[in-house]
Design a protein around this ligand. Sequence first.
Ligand code: CP
Length: 331
Amino acid sequence: MTMDKNKPQPPQGGLSCQHLTKISALNDRDLQYLLDLGQYYHQLINTGQELPQVLSGKSQANVFFENSTRTSLSFELAGKKLGAGGVTLSVATSSVNKGEELRDTVQTIGAMGVDAMVVRNKAHDTAQFIADTFEATNIPCAVINAGEGSRAHPTQALLDAVTILNSLGRSATDRLDDISLAICGDIRHSRVAGSNITLLSRLGAKIHLVAPKEYMPAESEFPEAIRFHSLKSGLTDCQFIMGLRCQFERMSDGVALNAETFYNKYGLNHQTIKLAAPGAKVLHPGPMNRGVEIDGALADDRSVSLILDQVANGVVTRMAVLEAFTTGTKS
Ligand code: CP
């Protein structure tokens, strides 16, 4: 295979971290490399070029203790497109149901010799726990956080950044200092919001949080963002609007609002997005609940909605992540 001179190269000396546990684990050079590599794969796929089989001989294990459609399938597809072998733990039929601890399950899979473990779990800091376990037991496997708790979903934030940069016609080296993004809905229980606020504000974007008090995160969190309690004030001047699902399954704190009441005040539709900057684009990480946080007609309107672009960019971004963390880290 010939060397592609346009292909982004890892930072000199490799990535600064062995595992992708959260956005703040990445330094600026890591971040730029991942965004750049994601855009590179986006370009190769969009122009129908052959994909380099850079992960031939590598294997990934997808270990999802929580439901997923987009993240699990896009990681699986991403690995396959680059030649990796993959296995998926079927949690429902695994020995997890015989009382096996998380530590033992992941060590068992790690000891089989996989190069990357892609993990989703409802507990905070699961990816870091597994990374620490692997380091303590000398298991050379990269841990990739595929969404955990209500705090972190780093690959979702990376794919959202790629989506926003692509929609503006910008490259990974460009910044977002002139861009405002409104994140609307159930921010308090959202792992996507946490990673996006950290990443997009680092790229320079101004972040508006738009939510009722029940769905607003604690005052101590996200000091870099500005808070609003109405779409009218929160969407003003925003070029991007991100809707979030009401994550009822994480609401153990009795704050759930009636879906109809919520939609009437915070629902995104063709009418309410007129409150934002002209030409504003709409994102949603999915899964979405049509008629609760977003109107179906808006979600399906591809002149405004970037939702399916996010899905497509999920594959290329996860190709970049798998390549970077299985071939581009310091030894
Ligand atoms: N956005 C996201 O994480 O979707 P899934 O839960 O379907 O993976």
